[in-house]
Write a protein that binds this ligand. Structure first.
Ligand SMILES: *Cc1c(COP(=O)(O)O)cnc(C)c1O
Length: 371
């Protein structure tokens, strides 16, 4: 085997894929003398809204803020009250939960489906209380979490459907993009995401005019007009430079995701090991493979073996939210499906810059593992 190392994600190579356009975009902004709240953000918001299929996209500072702003705007517009409950998958990244608790709302952690690792629609009913108001769906690993059962559940109860689309830019459900399926969605442009900036960035997408205007104000210190403050807001803006970079990358997103699908197809067809469980791939359009998560009872041994053979892997995530020190109130909570995923998940390298040859090599290495 070649000694060439395979990184989990080589951001230098990912940026180099669209290098000339990105350099041109950065130079354009640097030379313009205009760095915040200008035409670059305006143009990106318009194009990103059109891409996702919503009336509005609002550029914000990062993905956590996007989720936080949606919930705060729902509080400010009287659609939520403090203490209301939001149904959320228990196996999500901590940011989803932080956005809820930081607004004085209550996350109701629901176990995922053991196969898809996405929110289990058959477990929602048992968690409904008089305080339930919304479902925060997380398209984890780039896999669409939306189902007819979840859609029907929200409609029947009149619950708002919110989406954490941080890992699923470009993913589709029944012909529509995730991020357009509910009342509002939060997106992250963290560099490692499918559509990544060269630093922090995020967006909210929504069709709701009132919510969009409220989020815009909240993200600008709560200001509705210059020096007039309707809300106690915060400063959460997308920079002009990051917007220009995202604008340069957006036209390539579908092709970049298609490359991820080719890498995933290689893994799915070639990895064949009795101790390594492949992810449920779902419909082809319903997965943009932000992460390629395999599961293995001897996960740490597999990770060490791959590392010894030059392949870098990560774990998404080693500790679930309800076992984190910051949420000590949940220490007694038992969520066996979630805990099992966290104990066995291993993320294989995948990116638009990864070569198919490297994917073949990773698959062959796994098949040769003594287990
Ligand atoms: C990355 C991520 C976030 C947070 O985005 P940031 O831009 O890093 O703040 C939220 N939710 C999920 C599921 C994520 O993967």
């Amino acid at each position: 085997m070649s000694a060439e190392k395979i990184k989990f994600l080589d951001l230098k190579e990912v940026t180099a894929l669209h290098g000339p356009e990105i350099h041109e975009a950065v130079k354009r902004v640097v030379d313009s003398g205009w760095y915040l709240q200008g035409s670059e953000v305006e143009r990106f918001e318009k194009d990103y809204a059109a891409y996702i299929g919503t009336r509005h996209a609002i550029g914000v500072a990062n993905g956590l803020d996007a989720l936080w702003l949606i919930l705060r705007a729902m509080l400010e517009t009287g659609r939520l009250q403090r203490g209301d409950e939001i149904i959320v998958p228990a196996n999500t990244y901590i940011a989803t939960i932080l956005a809820i608790t930081d607004n004085g709302l209550v996350p109701v952690l629901v176990e995922p489906d053991a196969m898809t690792m996405q929110l289990d629609g058959s477990r929602l009913e048992e968690h409904v209380t008089p305080r339930t108001r919304a479902v925060m769906l997380v398209h984890l690993y780039g896999h669409c979490a939306m189902t007819d059962q979840i859609a029907e559940f929200c409609i029947r109860h009149g619950f708002a459907l919110l989406e954490d689309n941080a890992q699923a830019h470009g993913c589709r459900w029944q012909g529509r993009r995730t991020g357009s399926l509910g009342l509002a969605a939060g997106h992250s442009f963290y560099p490692g995401k499918n559509l990544g900036a060269l630093g922090d960035g995020g967006a909210v997408t929504t069709d709701d005019d009132e919510l969009a205007a409220t989020i815009r104000a909240l993200a600008n210190y709560g200001s509705t007009r210059k020096y007039i403050f309707k809300y106690c807001g915060r400063n959460s803006r997308l920079d002009e430079i990051q917007a220009a970079v995202l604008q340069a990358k957006l036209p390539h997103l579908d092709a970049d995701n298609e490359h991820r699908r080719r890498i995933a197809d290689i893994y799915l067809t070639e990895i064949n090991h009795p101790d390594v469980m492949l992810p449920d791939c779902g419909e082809r359009d319903g997965n943009v493979w932000h992460i390629f998560p395999v599961r293995c009872d001897r996960r740490d041994a597999l990770q060490e073996y791959l590392a010894a053979n030059g392949v870098q892997t990560l774990i998404h995530y080693p500790v679930p939210p309800h076992r984190q020190e910051c949420y000590s109130q949940w220490q007694g909570l038992e969520l066996p499906v979630t805990e099992r995923i966290h104990a066995t998940e291993l993320s294989l390298p995948i990116s638009p810059a990864m070569t198919e040859a490297d994917a073949h090599r990773v698959a062959a290495l796994i098949n040769a593992w003594a287990g």
